[in-house]
Design a protein around this ligand. Structure first.
Ligand SMILES: Nc1ncnc2c1ncn2[C@@H]1O[C@H](COP(=O)(O)OP(=O)(O)O)[C@@H](O)[C@H]1O
Ligand SMILES: [Mg+2]
Length: 263
């Protein structure tokens, strides 16, 4: 039986490309025949909105078909999964109610492992090859929950002068989480929004390749307006415009991620 691999896309810096990377890697994996579940862990619902319009997102929120309802009530996540319309690709939607999740977790017994318990039945069934989690840009109890339930973290980093800001805090946090979840590993850093003409892009790559805590994926994602157009149409770019350069790059990055286990 194949084992489900759980990857959290995390970086405490907002705008680093977490959601874009999570939604596109998930869609590319599904297009390559994998069974993939995405989990929108952010109260801003950006991953949910990468696949559904606002009206539909509101419906998930009001009908209780969302992550908040599952975690707050410590329920099996299986009952909160929705189909995206793409073959082999499902989602647990978020809701703006997630803004109070830290507070809701606070009084719970073994509060770092609530999400892990919700996810366990989905994992145990072994239906999905990959579960990809889009984390919010914070380093608190909720992200700790997401990491404790994951096998790997994948860190998208924006190739900008401020892109590296806070990375040290993220690694410090990761080492703290490892005391609770010793098997957790950093799969790698994926550079996003790269502009090869800019001097700091090369500089960013050099700094990141020197890090001892994580390896850099060979594929980086360049700045591409097709990404914004795709998001405007509630579609990942790998489905919206397959021939765009970011779609091609995200497909390459996905192959690197799939190959990771074979290394
Ligand atoms: N390669 C890219 N080219 C152009 N815009 C991008 C690219 N990647 C992400 N963006 C844009 O940057 C913003 C932040 O990306 P997002 O994935 O939402 O980051 P995060 O989830 O880390 O906050 C979004 O508006 C998105 O459309
Ligand atoms: Mg996001």
């Amino acid at each position: 039986m194949s084992k489900t691999v759980v990857i959290a896309f995390a970086n405490n810096k907002g705008g680093s490309g977490k959601t874009t990377t999570c939604s596109n890697v998930a869609c590319a994996m599904a297009a390559m025949g994998k069974k993939v579940l995405m989990i929108d862990g952010d109260m801003q619902l950006n991953l949910t909105l990468s696949y559904f319009d606002e009206e539909k997102a509101l419906e998930f929120s009001e009908s209780g078909k969302n992550l908040y309802e599952a975690v707050k009530n410590e329920k099996d996540l299986s009952d909160f999964i929705v189909e995206t319309g793409y073959k082999g690709l499902d989602l647990v939607p978020s809701t703006s109610l997630m803004s109070s999740i830290e507070f809701d977790l606070f009084t719970k017994w073994q509060r770092e492992f609530i999400f892990k318990k919700c996810l366990e039945p989905v994992r145990a069934r072994g239906y999905y090859d990959y579960i990809l989690i889009d984390a919010p840009p914070t380093l608190g109890g909720w992200v700790m929950n997401l990491m404790c339930a994951s096998d790997y973290i994948l860190i998208p980093v924006e190739a900008s002068p401020w892109g590296l800001f806070g990375l040290a805090n993220l690694f410090e946090f990761y080492h703290k989480v490892k005391t609770l979840a010793p098997a957790l590993k950093v799969m790698g850093i994926a550079v996003t929004k790269a502009d090869e003409r800019k001097k700091y892009f090369k500089q960013t790559l050099e700094i990141l390749s020197d890090l001892k805590d994580a390896k850099l994926f060979n594929t980086y994602i360049r700045v591409d307006s097709a990404i914004e157009w795709s998001q405007d149409n509630s579609k990942p770019v790998v489905a919206y415009r397959k021939t765009s350069r970011s779609a091609i790059e995200y497909t390459k990055l996905t192959k690197e991620i799939l190959a990771y286990g074979n290394r």
